[in-house]
Design a binder for this molecule. Structure first.
Ligand code: ADP
Length: 310
């Protein structure tokens, strides 16, 4: 449905290099990379807000026009929430959400408004002008406004960065419902892979303007290609065993090692209770730090077997 074909962007140096990707209706994809890797530029190009140096973007067989060729760039079915927010600054929170849905009958409009105010927790600022909202409130309002527009594709730049844990989970559930009911597609951009693991059908990792890998979340988590990539998606233990280096996630171990496991002797340091799991910290004989996740504290553990998940 949305297709990026051989996009390059040059600002004196190449910021994006020959990027191609596809998004089907109802799909959720994520682009993950360190700050400066080119994610925001790519998302802007996908929305039609930034002209690429070469390549193009297609939506449903129609070319998405960039700002050079179109007065109001982009495509009405592709909406972007980025760090600029693009709110009507002097309108209130309520007005910002209501304006895109003025065509709805009043009763439905009000039900939709209340649903979005409730979802994004904007009740206490509903009559405040957008310009007076905090950064986090503006981001929540921008998300509410884009949902109200009901586009076929929503592009979200670091959507969860300002949201607390519970609100993040509520919003993720809402996006999954939107996908189920309306077949809305999402493109998420994040420097923190852990934020998008649970939501993505497919992930693209990006480095220095290049897509370095594409795959499902499980592959990115358990089968990273480098330690750098691995750490975009959470902690990864890296230890020396004999003359080999062994990598494993904090949940990839057994307390009952068999012959087939790599056995590791550990010195217990401390356990940290994080609510659902304990994070247990150990040291190897070479002084490397190891973290293991468990439901109970592992203070008596002295040996583990590394057990990779497939
Ligand atoms: P990310 O979203 O991954 O942090 P960006 O797309 O914002 O990456 O930026 C990618 C690179 O392009 C960065 O090195 C940034 O400094 C550069 N860049 C972005 N916009 C401009 C611009 N208008 N002029 C020159 N360089 C830019």
């Amino acid at each position: 449905m949305l297709e990026v074909r051989n996009i390059s962007l040059n600002y004196g140096r190449e910021v994006l290099k020959d990027i191609s990707l596809q998004l089907k209706q109802g799909e959720i994809i994520s682009i993950v990379g360190k700050s400066g890797s080119g994610k925001t530029s790519l998302l802007k190009i996908m929305a039609g807000n930034l002209e690429p140096t070469s390549g193009d973007v297609w939506f449903g067989g129609v070319k998405v026009k960039g700002p050079i060729t179109k007065l109001i760039p982009g495509h009405p079915e592709v909406c972007l929430v980025n760090q600029d927010f693009q709110l009507d600054k002097y309108h209130t929170t309520e007005e910002n959400i209501k304006n895109p849905i003025l065509y709805l009958p009043e009763k439905e409009r009000n039900i939709f408004l209340e649903e979005l105010i409730d979802l994004l927790e904007l009740g206490s600022v509903r009559n405040q002008q957008a310009i007076s909202l905090s950064g986090g409130e503006q981001q929540r309002l921008a998300i509410a406004r884009v949902i109200a527009m009901e586009p076929k594709v929503i592009l979200l730049d670091e959507p969860f960065s300002h949201l607390d844990g519970l609100l993040r989970k509520k919003l993720i559930n809402y996006f999954l419902e939107l996908r189920r009911i309306r077949k809305t597609s999402l493109v998420l951009v994040s420097h923190d892979g852990t934020e998008v693991l649970g939501l993505s059908d497919r992930i693209y990792s990006m480095k220095n303007g290049v897509i370095t890998r594409k795959g499902n979340p499980h592959k990115f988590y358990y089968k990273p290609k480098s330690l750098e990539d691995a750490r975009l998606f959470g902690p990864m233990n890296s230890i020396r065993v004999g003359d080999k280096r062994v990598f494993f996630r904090p949940d990839e171990f057994t307390l009952d090692p068999q012959d087939r496991h790599t056995t590791v002797d550990l010195k217990y340091l401390y356990s940290s209770f994080t609510g659902p799991v304990y994070e247990n910290f150990f040291q190897t004989i070479h002084g490397e730090l190891v973290v293991l996740f468990s439901f109970n504290s592992l203070e008596n553990v002295t040996t583990i077997g590394v057990e990779h998940k497939n």
